[in-house]
Design a protein. Structure first.
Length: 186
């Protein structure tokens, strides 16, 4: 039997952080996605234990200031893309959320990641589009609208440039896999 799982990355990560911090008996306050404030002095032993407990989930503690800001940029962009109520330019959204000029954020992002913020946004949007296609709740036109594309053709073009296939072809592949899976269950 096969089931499809829908989940919210922010909720999952927050829950993991809370559980691991509680298990390590660290008093904390979660300030935002990926940002935790310790409310007491944490011993190196506790910090090491906490860090190791996160490692199995692919979560790591970041200490370098540039790396921290890059992670904040990525987290803010993911939040912007997955939040249906954000209808502003990414440059404005990033500047307002992080308190830096977009030029500074863009230059730093390119310097550290060797790619542009715009390319990162495209990759995240295409990943989200794939999830929405797999969930099979929205039409391709509705997906284009949700992801703030100017048209279905624009989404299709970026999808094909990123994945090598059109959203329609991806949708057909998913449908075919479901048909094969349902035949194998019977």
């Amino acid at each position: 039997m096969k089931v499809f799982i829908k989940f919210d990355f922010n909720t999952v990560c927050k829950k993991i952080l809370e559980e691991k911090l509680d298990a390590c008996q660290i008093k904390y306050k979660i300030l935002g996605f990926g940002e935790v404030q310790f409310l007491e002095k944490v011993t190196p032993e506790k910090l090491n234990l906490f860090s190791k407990s996160l490692g199995s989930y692919g979560i790591e503690i970041v200490e370098n200031q540039k790396t921290i800001l890059i992670q904040k940029i990525k987290d803010t962009l993911v939040d912007m893309i997955f939040n249906e109520n954000v209808n502003v330019k990414s440059s404005v959204y990033l500047s307002e959320k992080l308190g830096y000029s977009y030029g500074h954020l863009s230059n730093l992002f390119s310097e550290v990641t060797y790619t542009s913020i715009e390319n990162f946004i495209i990759l995240q949007k295409i990943e989200y589009a794939k999830q929405l296609i797999i969930n099979n709740e929205l039409s391709l036109t509705e997906i284009a609208f949700r992801l703030n594309y100017s048209s279905m053709a624009h989404l299709s073009s970026q999808f094909k440039n990123t994945t090598g296939i059109t959203p329609s072809a991806f949708q057909r592949i998913i449908k075919k896999r479901r048909e094969i899976s349902s035949k194998n269950i019977k």
